[in-house]
Write a protein that binds this ligand. Structure first.
Ligand code: FAD
Length: 438
C-alpha cells in the first residue's frame, strides 16, 4: 500500500531549521495524522543549461543535500532525491506515495514561477493542493507598497517603508525543531552522485555560514575595501537557503544599520523582479535599449580574462574566475567598466556573472548590472562613470587586493590599459546621450 504523506519540496531553502514551508508541512501533517516526506529534485531543465560541467554551485547544492540527507537519516527518515523534469518527477511520486498535499517555499524568479504553475495545475487536476510560503525574504512581492498600493521603484523610500514595517514578528524563527519527529520513517535512500548528474566532483572551499560578529561591528567602515575580510560572504548561503534570512536579520538588526540596509536591497530587487519580470531581458528604463553598444567580442574576452590593463578590474575578474566570489565594490567597478568604458551590453556581463558567481541570484545580479549600466530602477546616473584608477587609489590604497590577484602588477609583463579613460568616458557620454535623445 502506498504511504499517505505530505511532500515537502526543498528548493532555495536547504535547511531544516527555521524553514517556513517545512514548518507548516510538519504542523499540518501532525494535525491531520499524516507524516511529511521531504523531496529534492535535481532539475534537468536547469542543470542541462549549465555549459561548464565543473560548476561550484552544483557542488555546493550537492553538499547541502548530503547534509540534509544525513540529518534526516538521524531522525529515521530520508530525503527522496530525484533527477529529472519536475512535472515528470511528480507523476512518478504519485505512483509511489499517496500524496495528500505538496508544500514548498516561494521562488520569485520567472522560470521558477512558470515551473510551479505547471506543477500546481497538474496536482490540482489530481485533487492535490500545492501550498507555497514566504521564506526567502523578509518582505515579499507586495508587502511593502506605496500609499496608493503601487510598487516602489526607488530604493530610499522603499527602504524607509520596509524599516517602518519591520518588527519582531517578521524576523522570528519558525520552530521547525518542535515537529522533527513528524517525518515519514523509511530507510535511507541513495542520492545521485555528481558524476550521475553529469558534473565533475570537485573539492571547493566554501565561505562559512557563521556570521562573524566582530567583523559586523566594522562593517560600515570597512565594507568598501576589498583587501579586508569585512563583508559576511553569506551570499551563497542566502541564495540556497543554507541560512535563514530571518536569522541573519534578527542577529544583525540592532548591530548594523548599514548591513541591514544591504538585506533591504536584496528584498528590493526580488520585489522589482516580481513586479517587472521583463527586466530579465530588457532595461528597466526602456529608452536605454536604444544604446548602440559596441559589443566587441575580443574586448569582452579581455575583460573576462582580467587582461584590461586596469588593475582593479583585472583583480576582480581574476578573483571571480578563480573563486566564484567578487567583492561588491569591485563588482560595481568591473560592471561600469564593461558597460561604459567598453560599451558592451550589460546583458553580456550579467550572463558572465551568472555563469561564475557562487552567490548568483537573478534578481540581485540583474539589479546590480542595470544599476551599473545606468538603465535600472534607481540606477547610478549614466553620466557618472567610475574612474577605475581612482577607485583603486581610494579603495585599495596599498594595492594589497590588486597584488593578491594580479602578481605581475607593476612589472613589464602587465598589459597597458586597453582603452584610455578620458576618451572612453567622452565616448560613453556621447553614445548614451544620443540614445536617450532618440
Ligand atoms: P555582504 O556585504 O556581507 O552583504 C550581506 C548580504 O546582503 C549579501 O550576502 C546579499 O545577500 C545581500 N546584499 C548585499 N548587497 C546587495 C545588493 N547590492 N543587492 C542585493 N543584495 C545585496 N548579490 C547577490 O547575492 N547575487 C548576485 O548575483 C549579485 N550580483 C551582483 C552584480 C553586480 C554588478 C553588483 C554591483 C552587485 C551584485 N550583487 C549580487 C550584490 C553584492 O555585490 C553581493 O550581494 C555581495 O557582494 C555578496 O557578498 P557578501 O555576502 O560578503 O555581502
Amino acid at each position: 500500500m502506498k504511504p499517505s504523506v505530505i511532500l515537502f519540496w526543498f528548493r532555495r531553502d536547504l535547511r531544516l531549521e527555521d524553514n517556513a514551508g517545512l514548518y507548516h508541512a510538519l504542523k499540518n501533517a501532525l494535525a491531520a495524522g499524516l507524516t511529511v516526506q521531504p523531496l529534492f529534485i535535481f532539475d534537468t531543465t536547469i542543470l542541462d543549461a549549465l555549459v561548464d560541467k565543473a560548476d561550484k554551485r552544483v557542488v555546493f547544492i550537492h553538499q547541502a543535500i548530503e547534509r540534509l540527507h544525513a540529518e534526516l537519516a538521524e531522525l529515521g527518515a530520508t530525503l527522496d532525491v530525484r533527477h529529472g523534469v519536475p512535472l515528470n518527477i511528480f507523476a512518478e511520486l504519485l505512483n509511489e506515495y499517496d500524496v495528500k498535499g505538496v508544500y514548498a517555499n516561494r521562488d520569485y524568479e520567472p522560470d521558477a514561477r512558470a515551473r510551479d504553475k505547471v506543477v500546481y495545475e497538474y496536482l490540482n487536476e489530481q485533487g492535490i493542493a500545492f501550498r507555497a510560503f514566504k521564506d526567502h525574504v523578509i518582505f515579499e512581492k507586495n508587502e511593502v507598497m506605496k500609499a496608493d498600493d503601487s510598487p516602489y521603484t526607488v530604493f530610499t523610500p522603499y527602504s524607509r517603508k520596509w524599516l517602518s514595517q519591520l518588527d519582531d514578528f517578521y524576523v522570528r524563527a519558525y520552530p521547525t525543531r518542535v515537529y522533527l519527529d513528524g517525518f515519514y520513517q523509511q530507510e535511507k535512500r541513495v542520492i545521485p552522485s555528481m558524476g550521475q548528474l553529469g558534473f565533475e566532483p570537485m573539492t571547493v572551499e566554501f565561505p562559512s555560514e557563521e556570521l562573524d560578529f566582530g567583523a559586523l561591528d566594522a562593517y560600515a567602515e570597512q565594507r568598501d575595501y576589498p583587501a579586508l575580510p569585512a563583508t559576511s560572504r553569506l551570499g551563497v548561503h542566502l541564495r540556497f537557503g543554507t541560512v535563514s534570512i530571518r536569522q541573519v536579520a534578527a542577529h544583525t538588526r540592532a548591530r548594523s544599520a548599514v548591513f541591514l540596509s544591504e538585506l533591504i536591497w536584496r528584498d528590493f530587487y526580488q520585489m522589482i523582479l516580481w513586479h517587472h519580470p521583463q527586466v530579465v531581458t530588457q532595461s528597466f528604463k526602456p529608452m536605454y535599449d536604444q544604446i548602440l553598444w559596441r559589443n566587441q567580442s575580443s574586448e569582452f574576452a579581455q575583460w573576462c580574462a582580467g587582461q584590461t590593463g586596469y588593475p582593479l578590474v583585472d583583480a576582480g575578474m581574476r578573483e571571480l574566475n578563480e573563486t566564484g566570489f567578487m567583492h561588491n565594490r569591485v563588482r560595481m567597478v568591473v560592471a561600469s567598466f564593461l558597460t561604459k568604458h567598453l560599451l558592451i551590453d550589460w546583458r553580456w556581463g550579467e550572463r558572465y556573472f551568472a555563469q561564475k558567481l557562487l552567490d548568483y541570484d537573478l534578481a540581485a545580479n540583474n539589479g546590480g548590472w542595470q544599476w551599473a549600466a545606468g538603465c535600472g530602477c534607481d540606477a547610478a546616473p549614466y553620466f557618472r562613470v567610475f574612474n577605475p584608477t581612482l577607485q583603486m587609489e581610494k579603495f585599495d590604497p596599498k594595492n594589497e587586493y590588486v597584488r593578491r590577484w594580479v602578481p605581475e602588477f607593476e612589472t613589464a609583463a602587465y598589459p597597458e590599459p586597453m582603452v584610455e579613460h578620458r576618451m572612453a568616458r567622452e565616448r560613453c557620454l556621447q553614445v548614451y546621450s544620443t540614445a536617450l535623445k532618440t
